[in-house]
Design a protein around this ligand. Sequence first.
Ligand SMILES: [Zn+2]
Length: 136
Amino acid sequence: MKSSAEQAAIEKRLKAAGVRPTAQRIALARFLLNGADHPTAEDVKKWADENFPKMSLATVYNTLALLVRAKLIKEVKLPHTSRVIYDDRVSAHYHFLDEKSGKIYDVDPSEVEVKPRLKKNASVRGVEVLLRGRWG
Ligand SMILES: [Zn+2]
């Protein structure tokens, strides 16, 4: 987690996305872009409290909003919870909720067939799919 190569890579990604890489932004981006698993803002704050105790809640929220605007992460609203989750996979994909563990898995759209029968003039801009069950 502490490798400077990783830190440099994150810094580069932030800069490429037009985000000024401050120490706090780099720290949060490292968490969000390297293995955080669909965290809520509360999860991110909890991680920050454990690792960067001086980071304020406002910084966490502002950085999340900034990273979303920079398209490095996206906000996802799933129907099983009122909370927004943050996803570092910004390309289109579906989600699978393991109802026992509460863990959310990414599912490639090619693995799920969605065939909407719509009127001729309808145009689809996006598809949200949440599968539920046991992941296995
Ligand atoms: Zn996802």
